[in-house]
Design a protein around this ligand. Sequence first.
Ligand SMILES: Nc1ncnc2c1ncn2[C@@H]1O[C@H](COP(=O)(O)OP(=O)(O)OP(=O)(O)O)[C@@H](O)[C@H]1O
Ligand SMILES: [Mg+2]
Length: 338
Amino acid sequence: MALHPLHGLVEQLETQPIIFIGGKGGVGKTTTAAALASYYASQQQKTLIVSTDPAHSLGDVLNVRLNNEKTVISPYLDAIELNPDVIVDEHFAQVERTIKAYANPDMMPKIREHLRLSKSAPGAQEAAMLESMCHHLVEAADAGYEHIIFDTAPTGHTLRLLVLPEMMGAWTDGLLAQQRRQAKLRSVATHLDSHNQKDSQKNDVANPFAAKKSDRWEQAVSVLERRKQLFRQAGLLLHDRTQTAIVLVVTADVLPLAETKRAIEQLEDSKLIPAAIVINQLISTTQSDEFWRRRAERQQHLLQDIEQSFTKYPLYPIYLQQTDVRGTDTLSALLKPV
Ligand SMILES: Nc1ncnc2c1ncn2[C@@H]1O[C@H](COP(=O)(O)OP(=O)(O)OP(=O)(O)O)[C@@H](O)[C@H]1O
Ligand SMILES: [Mg+2]
């Protein structure tokens, strides 16, 4: 069986600044992400672990209460748990500020109502979460982190997040093009207006309201441009294999295996090639108890399928531990060389 020693995963990802841990629900993503983060931190490599799971499981695994701001776990380890509700509120507050800068004040109550409804629209949380993740992703190196590790929500979700930067980039492009067209119309209108004024008032002073409007427009465009730039940068980082490693966690069970196969196809379609696959919760075959021996045999059978299906990717096993793996010491011990 071509399983690599688990410590090889640590070595393989040693130089990767960005690590995404994905996989079906409950397979061990948080455990794997927290183990890698704790291990690198124990080796004095400054690491940030970011969870996008609203269920607080990263905090539970690290035995610390986390929130949207960085919490120091140890000298080399910081953690963040992105809360979609808080992020969506902040995101829409920012959108409102942007709109306020160039919208007619009479329109604001209607716009506010529209934004309030948009908050609960499908995809709003994902878009806001994505923007926040992209910020962390792009800023991690500047903030002095050697690794930023994302403990993500189950596979389908993560995949959408990974391809969203391109979609959001295209969407922002559309908005910018629309803005440009409007600006052109506006400048023609302003031009005509100033001509009319010249004719009627015989003075050469440009319309001050028009000038202010174009300032506001510049502001709105610069927000969109910055956003587009953020998604572009994040998209480039995600597709650069020297920067980003995607690690999929699977268990030797039928459903997680089927989902991982689909996930890999989708990732490959988006030119996002996984770096490694972790097979978690393996049971050693030297069991005396019949129940456990049968389960181990069943896993061995599925392992053959895993091996045949994922020939392109290094496979790393994590064995089922007697108890839940919690706290940075226990977590990093999981990945120590044997
Ligand atoms: N190798 C292991 N040995 C023992 N327990 C494990 C192992 N891996 C994970 N667990 C336990 O299994 C449960 C699920 O693991 P974890 O929370 O890491 O999965 P997850 O993929 O992050 O789940 P979710 O999709 O809900 O976020 C936890 O209680 C965890 O402690
Ligand atoms: Mg989790």
